[in-house]
Design a protein around this ligand. Structure first.
Ligand code: ATP
Ligand code: MG
Length: 208
């Protein structure tokens, strides 16, 4: 992994990235500007029992695509931490590890604002709140006042640090991209060209 210790504020963008797409990259870009981050660390998950194993590419292949997607951007990096660890992905564990690796940096964990309503049920939420600022992207749906109220509640109850940022509704998903590949339709502009070429060379997602 690259040396991120010179980044004071590190954004962490987790996901299955099966495959990584323009929605992920734009969200990262947006988060960087909104919170004045020095860079974003993309963190593909290890293989999870929760997602359909049939279509789920192995971590090494999702990691390869994510690495290609961020290659041309100095302030975007990709981590193999969760893929290497394997098994289920626990956010708290990743944050603790990163905190140990970069003790002088502040970690900003990027997530959809809807996650604020379930994060207390994640594994060891207190350790998540302790080790990062949550950067919650709001997309249409939940009114801002409701999110603000939830933020105040989590701050009060857990000392959580939460930033809310707005993000435009982009109807791009990995699910849709896999469907397009299966149907032989184009995924140009939905993923970076390097990722598109890699997918087509390896015949990913062509058969269910
Ligand atoms: P899948 O369709 O397989 O569930 P996905 O497109 O949702 O994939 P993930 O890898 O599951 O991608 O997403 C990682 C993170 O990126 C999640 O926090 C998710 O909410 C966010 N995300 C995904 N797509 C978008 C999008 N179009 N706009 C904003 N955030 C997105
Ligand atoms: Mg998803």
């Amino acid at each position: 992994m690259e040396d991120l210790s010179k980044w004071d504020k590190i954004g962490i963008m987790g996901g299955t990235f099966n495959p990584i797409h323009t929605g992920h990259l734009l969200l990262a870009q947006w988060a960087m500007e909104e919170a004045g981050l020095d860079g974003i660390l993309f963190m593909p998950t290890g293989n999870s029992y929760m997602k359909d194993r049939g279509e789920m590419l192995p971590g090494s292949e999702r990691l390869a695509m994510t690495t290609l997607a961020v290659a041309d951007r100095d302030c975007f990096a990709c981590s193999d931490l969760e893929v290497r660890r394997g098994g289920n992905t626990y956010t708290y564990e990743t944050l603790e590890t990163l905190h140990r690796m970069y003790p002088r940096s502040c970690l900003y964990f990027i997530l959809g604002a809807d996650c604020l309503f379930s994060i207390e049920n994640w594994y060891c939420p207190e350790k998540i709140f302790q080790n990062c600022v949550l950067l919650a992207a709001c997309r249409g749906g939940v009114p801002m006042e409701t999110l603000e109220a939830k933020r105040r509640e989590l701050e009060k109850r857990h000392g959580a640090r939460i930033l809310l940022m707005t993000f435009p509704n982009l109807e791009i998903s990995s699910t849709d991209i896999r469907l397009r590949c299966r149907e032989g339709r184009s995924i140009q502009y939905l993923v970076p060209d390097s990722v598109r070429n890699y997918i087509s060379q390896n015949h990913y997602y062509e058969n269910p």
